[in-house]
Write a protein that binds this ligand. Structure first.
Ligand SMILES: Cc1cc2nc3c(=O)[nH]c(=O)nc-3n(C[C@H](O)[C@H](O)[C@H](O)COP(=O)(O)O)c2cc1C
Length: 192
């Protein structure tokens, strides 16, 4: 698959099942992730690979965080939260470990990490796997951050669910950019 084909055909599958990317594929996916533009080469990203049994423990962490966030949450909701990591055989939690830098603001470090997350998805797609980027309240929850060893000021950019696509393929996209693209011409006041 060439680059443009990968870029224009990637989509979030309805279901992700076994097999997950194996070690060799995962190494390629992570190598692609760290190839992104990165101001100052700060490498602000962290990748937490969650798979196998650890998904259950991660579900416990999500359930714990929900209980603290919403003490009146019904048991059914807590059970649903606990089961979330089981929706795919492998999850990569992508986070920004924020660095205090005189020239490179937090937003640029977060952008670089977001690019890394997108490269993960694209590399997985190019290798024949599928992925889905999710966030929701757990991404902003201090209990979840603490469980991952992150500080409160660090950001979870996404939970990248990875596996083999299953179910009906997602509907084809209209790749129409025209409504969001303008040809800029300088107004008369510029340079006057
Ligand atoms: C930062 C970010 C967070 C997202 N969080 C969620 C989420 O929590 N739940 C969800 O259903 N989709 C979420 N999405 C969107 C999906 O990952 C997906 O991109 C979207 O459904 C469009 O489908 P596509 O990937 O096939 O274009 C998020 C996307 C981004 C970029």
């Amino acid at each position: 698959m060439d680059t443009l084909e990968a870029l224009t055909t990637r989509a979030s599958p309805r279901q992700l099942v076994e097999p997950a990317p194996d070690e060799a594929s995962l190494a390629k996916i992570l190598a692609a992730a760290v190839a992104v533009p990165d101001h100052g080469r700060l490498r602000p990203w962290r990748f937490f690979v969650v798979r196998g049994e650890a998904r259950q423990r991660f579900g416990d962490l999500l359930a714990d965080a929900l209980r603290k966030r919403e003490p009146n949450a019904p048991q059914q909701m807590i059970d649903g939260e606990r089961a979330k990591p089981l929706r795919a055989p492998l999850i990569i939690v992508v986070a920004t470990k924020l660095q205090n830098h005189p020239k490179i603001p937090a937003v640029e470090q977060v952008i670089a990490t977001g690019l890394a997350a997108q490269h993960l998805l694209l590399a997985a797609h190019a290798l024949g796997f599928g992925g889905m980027w999710r966030t929701g309240a757990p991404a902003y929850d201090p209990v979840v951050k603490q469980g991952l060893g992150l500080a409160a000021e660090d950001s979870i950019i996404g939970f990248i669910y990875l596996g083999t696509p299953a179910g009906d393929p997602p509907p084809a996209k209209k790749l129409d950019h025209t409504a969001s693209t303008v040809e800029w011409t300088a107004p008369a006041t510029v340079g006057a």
